[in-house]
Design a protein around this ligand. Structure first.
Ligand SMILES: Cc1cc2nc3c(=O)[nH]c(=O)nc-3n(C[C@H](O)[C@H](O)[C@H](O)COP(=O)(O)OP(=O)(O)OC[C@H]3O[C@@H](n4cnc5c(N)ncnc54)[C@H](O)[C@@H]3O)c2cc1C
Length: 295
């Protein structure tokens, strides 16, 4: 049976984007419900140290997530543990289901983020020194040797970023560099970036990464390995909706509206250039204000 709640906006995902939407909707007099399959905070929960979020010189990701979630509780924002499997549009309403229960909303904000694409090597989860975000963690490797895996725009941009901090940056590209020519030219001109063709086949170290071995048996003594081979958007539940996508990421306009009327997308699930906590919050705020303006 469909349970009719006195709410209007269902927010899928309680990462920074979803929580920002919830806060602004609630303060605009609307009743948002945060639907989260795991724990509030999203990718931030597993971030060792956040050093680029305004207001904190450095904060552990789990602590930052907790502070964000405290704010949800302070504003009495409804939160449900709910693993969304499908969203069905029925007339002008949206029925969200986890396979058993159904919830009905007038509008939906998709804030389900992304998960990292991994190399799937032994010790990848365990060793300190493996990162998926150069902007976030690069500073921990000041004047040290590091490597970055990937051949796209992001990997090359991150290599340039790291070259200003680290003494040496190995850029490991599996096949060809796929980045824009302008970025590639910049990389080629930087003295402390060395491009190597190959694949990482082994991560060596006990607690901290000490070296990596490539598939041609070359070994590189590095303390940091940055993996920039893309993310996987958490979009498994959107098939019943008519959403425009770019490689799985949801396209929106500047108001965060998707191609399906009444559905908004914010944060890392959105097709955009920069994926950060601040940009996720920016999207969340804009979606909420767009909805509040319509009401
Ligand atoms: C290792 C790492 C370090 C980082 N460090 C920094 C940093 O220092 N500074 C910075 O600005 N950014 C950093 N980032 C990026 C930042 O964490 C993300 O840009 C930000 O978390 C995106 O927020 P979001 O709310 O869009 O998505 P997410 O944080 O991905 O949250 C999405 C939420 O949706 C939930 N969800 C997904 N599918 C479903 C479903 N079917 N049903 C219900 N819930 C669902 C997920 O469980 C998750 O909680 C880092 C990222 C990583 C991976």
């Amino acid at each position: 049976m469909v349970k009719i709640l006195s709410i209007k906006v269902g927010i899928i995902g309680a990462g920074p984007a979803g929580m920002a939407s919830a806060l602004y909707l609630k303060r605009s007099g609307l009743d948002p419900v945060l639907l989260e399959k795991s724990a509030p905070g999203g990718q931030v929960v597993s971030t060792f140290a956040v050093e680029n979020y305004l207001g904190f010189n450095e904060i552990n990701g789990a602590d930052l997530s907790l502070k964000m979630f405290d704010q949800m509780n302070y504003h009495k924002i409804e939160y449900k543990t709910f693993d969304i499997k499908d969203i069905i549009k029925k007339d002008s309403k949206f029925i969200v289901t986890n396979g058993n229960d159904k919830l009905e909303f007038d509008k939906i904000i998709i804030a389900s983020g992304k998960r990292r694409r991994k190399l799937n090597l032994a010790k990848e989860e365990k060793l300190k020194g493996i990162s998926y975000c150069a902007v976030c963690d690069g500073t921990f490797y000041k004047n040290k040797d590091v490597a970055i895996v990937g051949g796209g725009d992001s990997a090359l941009t991150e290599a340039i970023y790291l070259s200003n901090i680290c003494s040496k940056v190995y850029l490991i590209v599996r096949n060809e560099v796929r980045a824009k020519e302008s970025i590639f030219e910049k990389v080629k001109a930087i003295k402390n970036i060395e491009i190597l063709k190959g694949e990482v086949s082994e991560l060596v170290g006990i607690n901290n990464l000490e070296k990596i071995i490539l598939n041609d048996n070359t070994s590189l003594d590095i303390l940091g390995l940055f993996i920039s081979i893309g993310g996987i958007p958490n979009n498994e539940f959107i098939n019943s909706l008519n959403l425009d996508l770019n490689q799985g990421y949801i396209k929106t306009n500047e108001k965060m509206e998707t191609s399906e009327k009444g559905v908004f997308a914010v944060g890392d699930i959105r097709d955009k250039e920069y994926y950060q906590i601040a940009t996720a919050i920016n999207d969340g705020v804009i979606a909420a204000l767009s909805i509040a303006e319509e009401e």
